[in-house]
Design a protein around this ligand. Sequence first.
Ligand SMILES: [Zn+2]
Length: 315
Amino acid sequence: MNIKLAFVSLLFAAPSCDTVPGERDTDISSASINAITITQTDNKESAASSDTIEKDFQETSETTRADFWIAKEPQQGAVINARVPSYTASVTLNGLNLPLSEDGFFLMGFDRDAASNASLVATLNDGSKIQKTLNVAAGKWRLERINAPFRGGRSSAAFRKLRGPEIAQIVGARKIQSDAQGWRQDFIWPVKGRISGRFGSQRIYQGKPGSYHSGLDIAAPNGTPYVAPADGVVTLVSQKPFTLEGNLLMIDHGNGLNSAFLHSSSIAVKKGDRVKQGQIIGRVGATGRATGPHLHWGMKWNRARTDPLLLLPPQ
Ligand SMILES: [Zn+2]
């Protein structure tokens, strides 16, 4: 076995999704995880809270917001909280109308391959508009160049027969828009463990790109419980293991944001359940196409595939 083949074998040995690049143990130092920090920004008004100021004064003295407030710099794969200027009636991102909370907050997501610019437009109550062009920073995805031919088209007729109805269930679940408020929370790790696969990583086979890894893989022993990273409503629990995802659980966090948890050994909730952040929702496993026990956490904001790691604090 030559060195290149040995390296590829090592990648496949990591407990991660079978079809995607894994991680070598030595790749993930705590330093590289800690390098990704989320800017914590205080969402609350810095309104005066002194007892000496009368309530009426507080209510009328709130600063008028002339511009958008955005929690952190937009980048590919990120989901970001933001707030509209005062007196905004509606807001769009690249023409897509976004739901607004009563106090003017909303959520924006940027696909793994989002364009370098995005247009945010607030339409005010008087019909005037405030437009802001956002610069979307490039994601730092791990690309593995493999000196081996692309092995596509492996699917059998039996696989395709099962796959259609599975995809229909996933698409149907993503259409459910609940009133969950998890999108406003600071997300927590569903389970802690070694990162065995990163969102966005991709193998390039002799110049031909394979599909990129659509989630974050966290390795943990079979049966380890995992929790809801934020509040939500359960939109899908597979009745039997799916061909690729195995036992699949999907949760809507509101405002277009949803999570999918793959390969579970068991799922502890049922469709329609409201789950709270920190509540045990399932157990880690290796069902479906997986090389070992791990939790694959995929996340989407509307049509954008986004990176859960960008929502999380250091482990
Ligand atoms: Zn995965």
